[in-house]
Design a protein around this ligand. Structure first.
Ligand code: PXP
Length: 247
């Protein structure tokens, strides 16, 4: 099976920094520790309200990382301009509402009436790989393919948040089906949102899964064990699941 990439989302390092202002803790320092601990990429979401990651963070990350930067962004002209300036390795288009605590649902690509087309084509023309964060729904995958996206990132939040085994299994079944559809459509398949040590294994074991983007849990766990250890533990669980030992 191919290597499963771990993208570490460092947004909440910036959340803690912004609680006081100033420079500590520094998201770039977290990104460097993540890199040393085995992260394959760094993800950062510049939100319209700049509640965590700031414009200056994106500049510093783009200039100083030696692993790929995945720039999460809403489909707005402002964010497109920032992406085209800094040329991250990839941009993941996400829906964004001001009042939400975090990204709450996938992008409605199927119902989007082609409003995303301009963003996908402009990013791709600049050789930025385009990922669309969507619900694990075949309709959304087909629409992503029509838009010429390179990647779909499946929203696994409802699976991670499920309170009973039955509900979790139903959500997992949807993800498994969506991953198969991604393979048939030749879309690279990623997953993210809400993953923890307890929920990562079945997602990591999906054969055509190429990347998991994980943030909040790792930054929270870092308070107790340090960021390096939190990432190494996650990496180990992913590798064990991939090898067939962890599920
Ligand atoms: N992927 C996407 C598209 C997201 O919006 C987020 C949250 O910012 C993540 C992954 C990471 O989710 P979490 O912080 O819950 O691990």
């Amino acid at each position: 099976m191919s290597h499963l990439r771990l993208g570490v989302n460092i947004d909440h390092v910036a959340t803690i920094r912004n609680a006081r202002g100033g420079r500590h803790p520094d998201p770039l320092r977290a990104a460097k520790i993540a890199e040393a601990a085995g992260a394959d990429g760094i993800t950062a979401h510049l939100r319209e309200d700049r509640r965590h990651i700031a414009d200056a963070d994106i500049k510093l990350l783009a200039e100083n990382l030696s692993i790929p930067l995945n720039f999460e962004m809403a489909a707005t002209d402002e964010m497109l301009g920032i992406a085209l300036t800094h040329k991250p390795h990839a941009s993941c288009l996400v829906p964004e509402k001001r009042e939400e605590k975090t990204t709450e649902g996938g992008l409605d690509v199927a119902g989007g009436h082609n409003t995303l087309k301009h963003f996908v084509s402009s990013l791709r023309q600049s050789e930025i790989r385009v990922s669309l964060f969507i619900e694990p729904d075949p309709k959304q995958l087909e629409a992503a393919k029509k838009l010429n996206a390179d990647i779909v990132e499946l929203h696994v939040g409802p699976y991670c948040d499920a309170e009973s085994g039955d509900i979790r299994q139903k959500q997992l079944d949807k993800i498994l089906t969506a991953a198969k559809v991604a393979e048939e459509l030749e879309l690279e398949c990623h997953a993210g949102h809400g993953l923890t040590y307890d929920t990562v294994a079945p997602i990591a074991a999906i054969p055509n899964m190429m990347e998991l983007n994980i943030g909040h849990f790792l930054i929270g766990e870092a308070i107790f064990v340090g960021l390096d250890t939190a990432i190494r533990n996650m990496r180990k669980l992913m590798d064990e699941a991939r090898a067939g030992n962890g599920v």
